[in-house]
Write a protein that binds this ligand. Structure first.
Ligand code: MN
Length: 243
């Protein structure tokens, strides 16, 4: 099995190395990742600037760094591998990708880009506190996730969040919560005004969601779809409004 690894934290992220180490037990691994951090870039692509990739020394792996976004990395990785990657693994992101994060996440964008190419994409994330995540407690659940999910070929796009010292794994739906969307003004050291866009969820965590699973100490496994159509509303609108 040919496994392409990407992320949005950049090629030197410890989470990327942890993912590559586990993945190498399942197949041939190549790493193609951004040269600098691209978190919260979502599914941006560099359509108006040229991309380059450079061989990068990551011990034990064939790795390349790209001057682009996570989606660019998957595109170049697939090209480099003559489209012969069987699965794209993205992460392990430092920071969860739960609920609405799916819209901002570069980690998930890499997995989504894989699916757009007709490949499978699995995204891995873990919570961060003030300290770096301890990937030694996370790696066993990466392995367990791959053992469980790689044979399930029907699942093309999967979002996986792994808390430290997880109690087990749970199927979960995406938690979509409203954000307060607060803009907080501040001052830089030279007295110039700047702003922070904070994204703090404002509703309670719902049962059965990815957020609840991780809050309860479980790995959340969420199959996602690229189809953004609201099928219920479409069907109701068709009945209500004749075009
Ligand atoms: Mn990130």
């Amino acid at each position: 099995m040919n496994i392409l690894i990407a992320n949005d934290d950049g090629i030197y992220s410890p989470g990327l190395l942890a993912l590559a180490e586990v993945a190498s037990e399942f197949g041939n691994v190549k790493i193609v990742a951004p040269d600098v951090e691209q978190s919260s870039m979502g599914h941006a692509i560099s359509a108006h600037t040229p991309l380059t990739y450079k061989r990068t020394a990551i011990e034990g792996f064939e790795a390349y760094r790209v001057n682009g976004t996570p989606a660019d990395c998957v595109a170049l990785g697939m090209f480099h591998w003559n489209q012969e990657a069987d699965v794209v693994l993205s992460g392990i992101n430092s920071g969860t990708n739960l609920g609405n994060s799916a819209w901002h996440s570069g980690t998930l964008a890499a997995a989504k880009q894989a699916v757009l190419f007709g490949c499978r994409g699995l995204a891995f994330s873990t919570p961060v506190t003030r300290e770096e995540p301890d990937f030694s407690t996370i790696k066993p659940f990466v392995k367990k996730s791959l053992e469980t999910l790689l044979p399930e070929k029907e699942l093309s796009l999967i979002n996986i969040n792994i808390p430290a010292n997880a109690k087990g794994m749970r199927w979960a739906r995406q938690s979509v919560r409203h954000y307060d969307g607060k803009v907080i003004p501040g001052k830089d050291p030279l007295g110039r005004q700047h702003f922070w866009f904070t994204v703090v969820p404002v509703e309670e965590t719902e049962e059965g969601t990815d957020r609840r699973a991780v809050e309860d100490g479980y790995v959340s496994i969420t199959p996602l779809s690229l189809d953004l159509t609201n099928h219920e509303e479409l069907s109701r609108a068709k009945d209500r409004v004749k075009l």
